[in-house]
Ligand binder design. Structure first.
Ligand code: ZN
Ligand code: FE
Length: 257
């Protein structure tokens, strides 16, 4: 399975999964149809699936047009998003499994950004292969999604599921927010060498016009404050010893940043 990144709108990524043996493709969160159709054309691939993570327009905007172009394709999304995902065919929940090409995937319920948000995780099928996580607007590089429909406790539980995946997992977040997230992180933890180093790296990527996505789970565990609710250093910075409150206050500070 090859994964291509298609930048759309101001800072979204559509991810195109390509099974070259079968000339079949799937897309994660198609904000728009045209760039997907162009990519399929150049690959000579047929679109067989859309994997939606949640109902926001910048993740589903291309659903209808892609289904018109490929009437047999199957649109997957969370069961809790029934009625909110155009053309949805399959209603997924925690623990469900699906297959694309030679790669099985498992579904996580990750509410918080929205109440029905799901993530798609493709575990490695060979020893040295990375896992692939498509997490929409739940986990970003250096950050996490805003809490539109969920509580801090829900988001912490969701992020904890993702944090428990193997370190050697690539994180395909739906937005290029990394630079700003790390700039914020340095206002909270200015002395953190890991965050400083990551910020330098990300700045040079962006200056060269390169994407910072995918990121790696082990990098995020070291540099993403939104995965550190149980770290005494973050709790001290947030003036609390309660992990949920530390997360909640951090999220509140970011909302004001
Ligand atoms: Zn969203
Ligand atoms: Fe989004």
């Amino acid at each position: 399975m090859d994964i291509c990144r298609i930048p759309v709108l101001s800072d979204n990524y559509i991810f195109l999964l390509y099974d070259s043996a079968r000339s079949q493709a799937a897309v994660v969160d198609p904000a728009e149809a045209e760039p997907v159709l162009a990519a399929l054309e150049s690959l000579g691939a047929k679109l067989v699936a859309i994997f939606n993570t949640h109902h926001h327009h910048d993740h589903i905007g291309g659903n209808r047009q892609l289904k018109q172009a490929f009437p047999d394709l199957c649109i997957y999304g969370g069961v809790g998003d029934r009625g909110r995902l155009p053309g949805q065919d399959v209603f997924l929940q925690e623990g469900d499994r699906l297959q694309f090409g030679d790669r099985p995937a498992q579904i996580f319920d990750v509410p918080g950004h929205t109440r029905a948000h799901i993530a798609y995780y493709f575990p490695p099928i060979q020893p040295d292969q990375p896992g692939e996580l498509f997490c929409g607007d739940t986990l970003f590089s250096g950050g996490c999604g805003r809490l539109f429909e969920g509580t801090p406790a829900q988001m912490v539980a969701s992020l904890d599921k993702l944090r428990n995946l193997p370190d050697h997992t690539r994180i395909w977040c739906a937005h290029e927010y990394t630079q700003n997230n790390l700039k914020f992180a340095l206002t909270i933890a200015p002395q953190c060498l890991a965050i400083q180093g990551r910020y330098q790296e990300v700045q040079s990527y962006r200056q060269a016009g390169q994407a910072t996505i995918p990121t790696w789970l082990d990098v995020e565990k070291q540099t993403n404050l939104f995965l550190q609710w149980d770290d005494p250093a973050l709790q001290a910075a947030m003036d609390t010893t309660d992990p949920i409150q530390a997360f909640s206050r951090l999220r509140g500070r970011k909302d004001q940043f």
